[in-house]
Design a protein around this ligand. Sequence first.
Ligand SMILES: Cc1cc2nc3c(=O)[nH]c(=O)nc-3n(C[C@H](O)[C@H](O)[C@H](O)COP(=O)(O)O)c2cc1C
Length: 295
Amino acid sequence: MIWASGWRLASAVSNAGGLGLIGSGSMYPDVLKEHIRKCRLATARPFGVNLPLLYPDIDKHVQIIIDEAVKIVFTSAGNPKTWTSVLKERGVTVVHVVSSSRFARKAEEAGCDAVVAEGFEAGGHNGREETTSLVLTPAVVNSVKVPVIAAGGIATGRQMLAAMVMGAEGVQLGSRFVASEEASSHIEFKKLVVNAQEGDTILTMKQLTPVRIIKNRFYKEIQTAEWNGATPEELKALLGRARAKKGMFEGSLDEGELEIGQVSALLHDILPAEKIIKNLWSEFEQALANPVKIL
Ligand SMILES: Cc1cc2nc3c(=O)[nH]c(=O)nc-3n(C[C@H](O)[C@H](O)[C@H](O)COP(=O)(O)O)c2cc1C
């Protein structure tokens, strides 16, 4: 996750038994290299890099991933056709994030080893189709042969079990880890996340790239511009002032873009990544032992 998942969070997740991902989307190539090296020093377990495919310096990022011998890459936001084979030829496992069955099939055709089916509830950039995880997960499971990882709206072990009941083989959590001690997100943003209520987030900027954010002053500016018929260029200019960094990393809660998922309404505490993963497994086991409410 941009402005959240540096080496600290990625290594903490991997050390706790998850697969930590370094979010390269907010990193210059040299910064990515530094994070990969620090992550490797901080964990002996596998970790990966998330690579948004629309990143302007994508070729430099790919080169660093290859040079630094990263073995797992999660690609997103773009067409997996160009880079999947380049990475796979170097022995990298490639997982692509999709928001529809059609994109899942394309990812499978491009040679991806697995897909993340990311539903409408998810924080950050999202699909235009607005398909919720409850519909998307089984739809993608029925559409491809590769393993499916469910994402969007998952923060508890019971939700993880639900995703698996729908055919997912794993889950990807974003928002839950923004509210972790190790996330590089600004503390004021983390506090806002754990105080968020149902209805506090919205999928906006559908003209450009849809993104789920908190409804703050920045969102209202976007909304007003859209109501006034702003062109995509005018919207880009609004965003151009590094609003994501301003909000999520620098803690400017009014002026910044604050990406978070609907599941923020279920989060009440900022926890160490290890505790988050321990809770997930214990909740999962309890849910598995007692999956339905008996009246
Ligand atoms: C602050 C934030 C930044 C994110 N940045 C990225 C990113 O750079 N690349 C990506 O593929 N997904 C990104 N995501 C999406 C997450 O990887 C994950 O799929 C999503 O958060 C799952 O839904 P959830 O928020 O309901 O857990 C981001 C999510 C958040 C909340």
